[in-house]
Design a protein around this ligand. Structure first.
Ligand SMILES: Nc1ncnc2c1ncn2[C@@H]1O[C@H](COP(=O)(O)OP(=O)(O)OP(=O)(O)O)[C@@H](O)[C@H]1O
Ligand SMILES: [Mg+2]
Length: 259
């Protein structure tokens, strides 16, 4: 069974259809890259998966369970949506760290908010918070940030901020981690360190969807690649198929800009 099944998603902004009948699947432990020109709908698709946008039609299943069905959405409560959202983590281009919190506090925050809602929180507060801190430390160590835990975002480089943002997304243990152009706000040197971390996650078999303009990285790290154009999935296959032998003229034209 695929970890993620996306069926016939469409999304309108006003009268403009920006996602058109999007269908794909993703297997557990695999990496899917999404490439395509500006405005083709890549961010909107990730936002739909993370329930930041509601598709106008279509169906999303995670591990066989329906987490979004446009026909049923009217009856879906906020608490169900919040729960379903936890299947996905999202790392943004611009990090979106809280400036008033340190690196480790940024990583701990979402887990702490979650824990506070658990029934036995008051009784075991100290132990639970200690566990959350320990997990955050482990994650920041994995991201190569053991020396930076108590720094505020303004004291960190862009690449370091992005690695904190990745640790923060991992803290909630998502089934699928999504990245929206994680390196496009970074200069080349810092891009390399973030791509290395993402490659490390792929080697540790994290299931990921990566929107990127880094074509050689996408080719190297992905199991599947989607090329989006004008709201459509125009090409969908292995890196060798999409990069090495694209079916559509439009894909060839797009890839030509990167050679
Ligand atoms: N909230 C919104 N309201 C109206 N239109 C929007 C909104 N968000 C996105 N769009 C439009 O939807 C289309 C797809 O945008 P999207 O941001 O998904 O593209 P993208 O592929 O991520 O582009 P880029 O590579 O520049 O990030 C664009 O035409 C955009 O102008
Ligand atoms: Mg985008």
């Amino acid at each position: 069974m695929s970890i993620l099944e996306v069926e016939h998603i469409s999304k309108y902004f006003g009268k403009t259809e920006v996602l058109k009948d999007i269908c794909f699947t993703l297997e557990e432990n695999q990496v899917l890259s999404i490439i395509g020109s500006s405005g083709s709908g890549k961010t909107t698709l990730l936002r739909c998966l993370n329930f930041l946008e509601r598709p106008d039609s279509g169906l999303i299943r995670v591990a066989g369970n329906v987490v979004y069905d446009s026909d049923m959405m009217k009856n879906m409560s906020e608490s169900v949506i919040r729960k379903n959202r936890l299947h996905f983590g999202l790392v943004f281009q611009s990090f979106n760290l809280f400036p008033q919190y340190t690196a480790i506090e940024n990583v701990m925050l979402a887990r702490q908010l979650q824990a506070k809602k658990e029934p036995d929180y008051k009784k075991n507060k100290a132990a639970i918070n200690e566990g959350i801190r320990k997990e955050a430390e482990d994650l920041l160590n994995r991201m190569g940030l053991s020396e930076r835990m108590n720094n505020y975002p303004h004291q960190l480089s862009g690449g370091q901020c992005q690695r904190v943002a990745i640790a923060r997304a991992l803290a909630l243990k998502p089934d699928i981690l999504c990245f929206d152009e994680p390196t496009s706000a970074l200069d080349p040197e810092l891009t390399g360190e973030v791509l290395k971390v993402i490659k490390g996650l792929a080697e540790q078999k994290m299931t990921m969807i990566i929107v990127t303009h880094e074509m050689s990285f996408a080719r190297d790290v992905s199991d599947q690649v989607i090329f989006m154009d004008d709201g459509y999935v125009l090409e969908y296959g292995t890196p060798d198929e999409v990069f090495g032998n694209p079916k559509m003229e439009r894909t060839r034209q797009f890839l030509g800009n990167y050679n």
